[in-house]
Design a binder for this molecule. Structure first.
Ligand SMILES: NC(=O)c1ccc[n+]([C@@H]2O[C@H](COP(=O)([O-])OP(=O)(O)OC[C@H]3O[C@@H](n4cnc5c(N)ncnc54)[C@H](OP(=O)(O)O)[C@@H]3O)[C@@H](O)[C@H]2O)c1
Length: 247
């Protein structure tokens, strides 16, 4: 399905990003497993992919920094000769009620979740335009669709990603580059590990399918949007949330 395609997955050292990297590789893509701090996690994801007969390399870059994102794209193209798929997955939270939220809590979340998509997409468009082919997939969240108390920074960053997805889709469609977003509901990862049992049960109670997602279930949607089967889909937000937020 993705044979010959080269993909970058940002924040792929664990959680949803790792599942996306593994699924893209299982469908034939060569995958750059990006991480910022967790080199061991990224190496493990690369090993999982290579043990299964796939192709992957780990590349460190803090994608909230433009220069790092540019280097990530350049090293990918230098190594593999092209770049077809970018999954802007790296993300973080600094949950706090707005009245107590520090400027740093706001800035870190917006830089990590939103500016990183600007950084990586901008850098990726040059090779994608040259090829007249590209797939950009932004990992947003139900919080960006519905808003979440205690997450004004995170919700703003994820809603921003949706606007970014739609605007960029209109800019680059003529070059055969599609831009879509995937909006996961709750997935048990490091990001959600701070939730109390009470909060988890409340989230499950609001979810028609009555459970959290597995990371692979988010990955399946990404692989579909990265594939030629989604060649006429752009500017869309695909929710993978068990029906939590119906648009
Ligand atoms: N889990 C959920 O319920 C849920 C729901 C909706 C949306 N999402 C979104 O899904 C994405 C993945 O979340 P997750 O739950 O898998 O989180 P996670 O387990 O905390 O993983 C986050 C990943 O992002 C990387 N990362 C963070 N800052 C980075 C930076 N500046 N540059 C490069 N990599 C960076 C981390 O790598 P290092 O440790 O190396 O920094 C890690 O690999 C995020 O965008 C999140 O907002 C998650």
């Amino acid at each position: 399905m993705l044979e010959g395609k080269i993909a970058i997955v940002t924040g792929a050292s664990r959680g949803i990003g790792a599942a996306i990297a593994i699924d893209l590789a299982a469908h034939g893509a060569a995958v750059v497993v990006n991480h910022r701090d967790s080199a061991a996690g990224a190496d493990e994801v690369v090993k999982t992919i290579c043990d299964a007969g796939g192709t992957a390399v780990a590349l460190q870059a803090d994608v909230s920094l433009l220069a790092d994102a540019q280097r990530l794209v350049k090293e990918t193209v230098d190594r593999f000769g092209r770049l077809d798929i970018v999954v802007n997955n790296a993300g973080t939270t600094r949950d706090m009620l707005l009245l107590m939220m520090s400027e740093d809590d706001w800035d870190v979340v917006l830089r990590t979740n939103l500016k990183s998509a600007y950084n990586c997409s901008k850098a990726a468009l040059r090779p994608m335009f040259k090829q007249r082919y590209g797939r950009i997939i932004n990992i947003t969240s139900v919080s960006g669709l519905a808003g979440q108390a205690g997450q004004s920074n995170y919700s703003a960053s994820k809603a921003g990603l949706i606007g970014f997805t739609k605007a960029l889709a209109k800019e680059v469609g003529a070059r055969n580059v599609t831009v879509n977003a995937v909006a996961p509901g709750f997935v048990p990862t490091v990001l959600t590990s701070a939730l109390t049992e009470e909060q988890k049960n409340a989230a499950i109670a609001l979810t028609p399918l009555g459970r959290f997602a597995k990371p692979e279930e988010i990955a399946y949607a990404v692989t579909f949007l990265a594939s030629d089967r989604a060649g006429f889909i752009t500017g869309q937000v695909l929710s993978v949330d068990g029906g939590l937020v119906m648009q």
